[in-house]
Design a protein around this ligand. Structure first.
Ligand SMILES: N[C@@H](CCC(=O)N[C@@H](CS)C(=O)NCC(=O)O)C(=O)O
Length: 302
């Protein structure tokens, strides 16, 4: 049985990014469907409060954030290589994802269920969100996204069949989840994408890659696996850590954005340039190791 357990829900674009990465690497994975809105009572014992989607679990190791997940997939399953330019993650996940979210939430402002609009409004637009104001800005948002679609179109014309070259790689999944989100979740999406004919052809190639092989798993099974396992991550903390982090030190970690995300508390187990991993104990799963990317996350020591 595959060790990969992926906590996600079908509509999540960021989860779609990782599902497509499973496809590129031809992986076998277990899918646990989590709620779209908090509370997420069967996810919290694993993450210690991180509520975003997706989360990957391998035994008692819990990987939060798609960037952390993709880096771990590349480490464990090096072939086929993602041909990764990891700096792209920050650009796509921050600037372009923010624009796509504006398009989809603003463009659906009149039809979103109230609880969903309240939750996502707070998550993406700060403490006093006004989705109708976001909707008024859609022409600007569309102009920005067309710029990105134009770049990708040019890369496909001048490069290979995929953005990463002749084979699909990181650049492709980072573009794919945004195009998938825009096309599928806003009524003007197909029209926005249609003039970019090379992107439309690339979408068909990406579609054909599939998602590897997935098996449904219950949250109870996933929790039980975490309970029975120990972390596979060896302790190691960079001597030159700029925050002076030490093994065993108590820290709090949260996304470095104003989304109202709760902090996850734990004891430093591993820290380097890219990753911070903390140990925490939970009454349902025992000790787990929760991994975050360093970039984009704030580590507080008190
Ligand atoms: N930087 C995070 C962003 C994750 C994110 O914002 N995901 C959305 C779903 S696509 C989310 O968490 N929505 C709220 C939720 O699922 O509770 C990542 O790359 O994983």
């Amino acid at each position: 049985m595959s060790e990969i357990i992926f906590h996600n829900y079908p509509q999540s674009p960021v989860a779609e990014k990782v599902r497509k990465a499973f496809g590129i690497k031809g992986l076998d994975w277990n899918s646990v469907e989590i709620p779209r809105l908090p509370p997420k009572p069967d996810l919290m014992p694993l993450t210690g409060g991180y509520r975003r989607t997706p989360v990957m679990q391998i035994g008692a190791d819990i990987y939060c954030d798609s960037q952390c997940i993709l880096m771990e997939l590349q480490r464990r399953f090096p072939e086929p290589d993602f041909q990764a330019d990891w700096g792209l993650c920050r650009w796509n996940d921050q600037v372009l994802f923010d624009l796509a979210v504006r398009l989809v939430l603003g463009g659906n402002a009149d039809v979103l269920p109230e609880d969903f609009a309240r939750d996502r409004g707070r998550l993406y637009f700060g403490p006093n969100p006004d989705l109708h104001k976001v909707a008024e800005d859609l022409p600007h948002v569309m102009a920005q996204l067309r710029g990105a679609l134009g770049w990708w179109q040019n890369e496909l014309i001048n490069g290979g069949s995929f953005l990463a070259g002749q084979r699909a790689g990181l650049a492709d999944v980072l573009a794919w989840y945004l195009v998938w989100f825009i096309r599928g979740r806003w009524k003007g999406g197909p029209e926005l994408i249609a003039p970019f004919s090379e992107i439309v052809k690339w979408e068909a190639r990406m579609d054909a890659i599939g998602y590897g092989t997935s098996h449904d798993m219950t949250a109870t099974q996933a929790l039980e696996i975490a309970r029975k396992c120990d972390t596979a991550c060896a302790p190691c903390v960079d001597d030159n850590d700029p925050q002076g982090l030490k093994p065993g030190q108590q820290v709090w970690i949260r996304p470095d954005s104003d989304g109202g995300d709760p902090a996850v508390e734990g004891l430093v187990h591993y820290a380097d340039h890219q990753t911070i991993s903390i140990l925490r104990d939970d009454s349902r799963v025992g000790q787990v190791c929760v991994h975050f990317p360093r970039i984009g996350y704030r580590v507080s020591t008190g």
